[in-house]
Design a binder for this molecule. Structure first.
Ligand code: ATP
Ligand code: MG
Length: 443
């Protein structure tokens, strides 16, 4: 076998002639370019503001966790764990690791590890990338972003209701008109004994209709029949439609809990629809489950999903404590905002600073620093060039005003202020008056 070493080493000439091929991003993982970022920054800032309004504090966890964190929390027989996780063995120590497909499990892991609940219940929020090996399509990516909140140690129905009021307020804060807001669908999964009774009825029903089940569902019949209800296969929908429904199995306590949540929503004027078939794709839910769904995005219309998960903290090795939370898909939310109305953002730059002539650079930089100290956003012209080309660049920068430090200005100890938008006239000002004059024009 020819050895690699036996091949002639490439000469300088062959290296120079081989043009490197351009590389591309991983399929289903998107770059966010500067022109995309205005809306992302707007949504991130608005969400952070609204979360804070309800007393939620930010938390950040690593994007990689031990695989067991997700398997234990999400459940073996789920789409995520069965086929969507990016799992790998750490080549250095052999640990099984996974890129997080969602963040509830990791937040709960962190809360237990750092004893956060020792201080009392915690309202936490996060934002960041998640990873799932799905078939990329509009609204479904392999790296996507979620905003989420988790109320850990909170067991009362007003906390579920409050989270839904928060989402409704977020839609409002983002400027989505009431008729364009995602619709809230809500259900109750009850307590575990009620789910067990429902499960038995489901197994009996689906066993009697085994021939109508696809391969995935036949397998789930023996492992996790509730998941069959969550199937996306259109051929399965008729048999799912007639299956026993969870709400029929709820006892008094579960019903009372649900009624309290719905009553608050009604009194607060948040519209909702009860959907007895809503089960959600993860194992850890009980009682309240909900989704916010829009028809403005085509097939991937679920913008937000969540609910109560009273058993998860104990399952993850913590002291038993109730909890509830949700996650919002940021790409879908931004898609919805773009479908509703293009975002109007203010200009990013206040000043474009033009300068020329011997020794102008240092003086321009000192002037730019003085303006920035007054809170102004200043882009300094870099790289010389004619006055005409500097004016063109100032115009294209989007700045509100140009500050000009040409040879004449500097000889006179002044600066010229040239408004780039609106009607105001160009004028010269003394250096000490410059910041005030710019602020008058830009604020
Ligand atoms: P779906 O039914 O669309 O697969 P899911 O039940 O898997 O959603 P969750 O795990 O509940 O989704 O995640 C919460 C939200 O995160 C979803 O409602 C959606 O907005 C968003 N989301 C989930 N998976 C993706 C993805 N692959 N790409 C973009 N957004 C996603
Ligand atoms: Mg999914």
């Amino acid at each position: 076998m020819p050895s690699l070493l036996a091949q002639p080493a490439p000469t300088d000439a062959t290296l120079r002639s081989a043009k490197p091929t351009a590389l591309s991003a991983v399929k289903g993982m998107n770059d966010l370019l500067p022109e995309d970022m205005a809306i992302w920054e707007h949504v991130e800032a608005t969400a952070a503001y609204v979360f804070r309004q309800y007393g939620y504090r930010a938390i950040r966890t690593p994007i990689v966790e031990q695989t067991a964190v997700f398997v234990r929390a999400i459940g073996e027989v789920t789409d995520i764990v069965e086929k969507e996780m990016y799992t790998f063995t750490d080549a250095l120590n052999g640990e099984q690791l996974t890129l997080r497909p969602e963040n509830t499990a990791a937040v709960v892991r962190a809360a237990i590890e750092h004893n956060l609940l020792y201080e009392g219940p915690q309202r936490l929020w996060y934002f960041g990338p998640m990873f799932r090996h799905e078939r990329p399509q509009k609204g479904r990516y392999r790296q996507f972003h979620q905003f989420g909140i988790e109320a850990l140690g909170h067991g009362s129905p007003e906390v579920d209701a409050e989270q839904l009021l928060l989402v409704w307020r977020l839609w409002e804060a983002l400027g989505i008109k009431p008729e364009q807001r995602p619709a809230l669908e809500i259900n109750s999964l009850g307590a575990s004994a009620e789910r067990a009774a429902h499960r038995e009825a489901l197994v009996a029903y689906f066993s009697a209709h085994a021939s109508a089940l696809d391969a995935d569902s036949q397998r789930r019949l023996g492992t996790n029949p509730l998941r069959i209800l969550d199937s996306k296969n259109p051929a399965m929908q008729p048999v799912i439609a007639d299956a026993p429904q969870l709400p029929d199995f709820l006892g008094d306590e579960s019903r009372r809990f649900e009624d309290q949540v719905l009553d608050i929503l009604t009194q607060a004027g948040v519209p909702f629809r009860q959907n007895p078939r809503l089960v959600r794709g993860l194992d850890y839910y009980n009682l309240t489950v909900f989704e916010w769904v829009t028809d403005l995005l085509g097939a991937q219309g679920t913008v937000c999903g969540g609910g109560r998960y009273d058993g998860l903290i104990e399952m993850m090795g913590g002291k038993p404590a109730p909890a509830c939370g949700f996650a919002i898909g940021a790409e879908r939310l931004i898609g919805l905002l773009q479908a509703c109305a293009p975002l109007k953002t203010g200009p990013l730059l206040d000043v474009y600073l033009m300068h020329w002539g011997e020794g102008s650079t240092a003086q321009a930089m000192v002037t730019a620093e003085a303006l920035r100290s007054r809170g102004l956003a200043v882009q300094m012209h870099a790289g010389g060039g004619s006055v005409k080309s500097q004016i063109k660049k100032a115009d294209a920068s989007g700045a509100q005003v140009a500050v000009i430090l040409g040879e004449d200005e500097r000889a006179a100890g002044k600066a010229t202020l040239k408004p780039l938008r609106g009607q105001a006239d160009q004028r010269t000002v003394l250096p000490g008056d410059l910041a005030e004059a710019v602020l008058c024009l830009t604020r």
